[in-house]
Design a protein around this ligand. Structure first.
Ligand code: HEM
Length: 439
């Protein structure tokens, strides 16, 4: 999921690591070492260091609708309780997506140039959003998923059967990225041999430029995304003449999208590339990491594979691959006793709502694969923008675990993972594991 699909350029696009550190500080103090007003959850290091839990627990308990103001972004509110997040997500008239879905620059700031300015329907409100969403929604609808299931299974089996036994390898790259990239290539009918380009484009959209990082500069991102633009323009022209049953053809020929400006076509393509990519990928990695962290839950799953669908919901809750989505107030309003002003940014922290004790109980931070209400999680959002690919993501995870349980006694995590430097995407960049086949 990309924050550059937003109309407002997100901060992660603009900040260098030095600026990020100057604004927030690389060493994140524990929540109880801070004054309440100093707590600011939009801090990529909080997530990279996996120290966000205490910060949100304190906000939920003491200040559930929490105000921050920083120079670049201006005023914004952090919504941390389950019911409040649903209230905001359920009211698109008051809380609009049209200004962007990630914390962005203060209104009126000059925006930099580049392909990151593309717009997609995730950053629109009804009725435009409804019409454009309709054009592509059939790709992840139940009928299409039934048709795709055998292919997803075949590819999953292929990847799992090629894993080295008893040797340490990176689960993120070898399995999670490979499987989600294959899936995307299928949805777009993208040249299979070039499929890793999709992964690359998806990764660089939200990466923070840093020396030795995924990208080193904003200019590098722009140059690489231009390659993406050129590549898709070619596919676009091909499918205009010879349509298939793929996402590019659906957008080229869809009533609501066929006459859209190029920036919107590209925005929607990037939305679908990124939306379906790192979210599912990070949940796949999160499932292996999480079940190793809670080995008694892993044992329970091995003993009873019919728990897989419940486990999938619980892992999606626990992982929350997109920690927040942003809205912008269209008028002055009140929430939780706080006065929200027109144009204030409002961040719905799904990652906190999913750990809300009043909904998920005292063990909300833990994985419980038999949790009765796991499917009430807000990881897919709520309301008119509810994730279009939720069923597809669940299907991929279900198949992955059905096939894992059939061939491996255990997947053993060898060390703590390395995590993504982002507060918008909660994920893993490296997860060393070993697999042991069932004899
Ligand atoms: C929207 C999460 C997988 C495509 C969303 C939203 C969330 C989300 C939170 C709501 C955005 C908002 O309210 O502003 C996730 C998670 C996934 C996942 C956690 C995996 C575990 C996928 C997949 C696809 C996809 C596989 C691709 C087919 C989309 C699209 C939207 C969306 C197109 C925009 C819907 C709209 O604006 O109407 N997703 N997603 N997602 N997702 Fe997903």
């Amino acid at each position: 999921m990309s924050d550059t699909t937003a109309k407002t350029i997100p901060l992660s696009e603009l900040r260098t690591p030095e600026q990020e550190q100057a604004e927030f500080g690389a060493e994140v103090p524990a929540a109880d070492e801070l004054e309440l007003h100093e707590i600011n959850p939009v801090n990529a290091y909080l997530f990279q260091q996996d120290r966000w839990q205490g910060h949100f627990a304190r906000l939920r308990a003491e200040d559930p609708v929490h105000f921050n103001e920083i120079q670049t972004a201006g005023r914004y509110w952090n919504i941390t309780k389950y019911d409040d997040v649903r209230t905001v997500d359920g009211d698109w008239q008051t809380f609009s997506s049209a200004e962007g879905i990630a914390l962005g620059l203060k209104k009126g700031s000059p925006e930099p140039e580049g392909p990151g300015r593309s717009v997609s329907f995730i950053a629109m409100d009804p009725p435009e959003q409804t019409a454009q969403r309709k054009t592509v929604r059939s790709v992840a609808a139940p009928g299409n998923l039934r048709n795709m299931e055998p292919l997803i299974r075949e590819r999953t089996v292929q990847v799992l059967d090629s894993l080295p036994e008893g040797e340490t390898f990176d689960w993120v790259d070898t399995v999670s990225i490979e499987l989600t990239t294959m899936m995307l290539a299928t949805l777009f009918d993208f040249p299979f041999e070039d499929r890793r380009k999709l992964t690359r484009w998806s990764d660089i959209v939200f990466a923070i430029p840093e020396p030795g990082g995924i990208i080193e500069s904003h200019e590098q991102r722009v140059a690489e995304l231009l390659e993406c633009v050129t590549y898709f323009e070619r596919l676009w022209e091909e499918r205009r003449e010879n349509p298939g049953n793929d996402l590019v053809s659906m957008l080229v020929h869809g009533e609501a999208t066929k006459d859209s400006p190029t920036s919107e076509h590209l925005g929607n393509l990037i939305l679908l590339i990124v939306g379906g990519n790192d979210t599912t990928r990070n949940t796949m990695s999160g499932s292996v990491y999480g079940l190793n962290k809670y080995p008694e839950q892993y044992d329970k799953l091995i003993a009873d594979p019919t728990l897989i669908p419940k486990m999938v919901s619980e892992i999606i809750r626990w992982q929350t691959p997109l920690p927040y989505m942003r809205r912008t107030a269209t008028r002055d309003t009140e929430l939780g006793g706080k006065q929200i002003k027109k144009d204030d940014q409002v961040l719905m922290w799904y990652v906190s709502a999913n750990r809300d004790e009043s909904v998920f109980g005292d063990n909300a931070d833990d994985i419980d694969i038999e949790r009765e209400n796991a499917d009430r999680h807000l990881s897919f959002g709520y309301g008119v923008h509810f994730c279009m690919g939720s069923r597809l993501a669940e299907l991929q995870l279900r198949i992955l675990w059905e096939e894992i349980l059939q061939r491996f006694e255990r997947i053993e995590v060898q060390a703590e993972p390395e995590r993504t430097l982002s507060s918008f995407v909660r994920g893993y960049t490296y997860l060393p594991v070993r697999v042991f086949r069932t004899t």
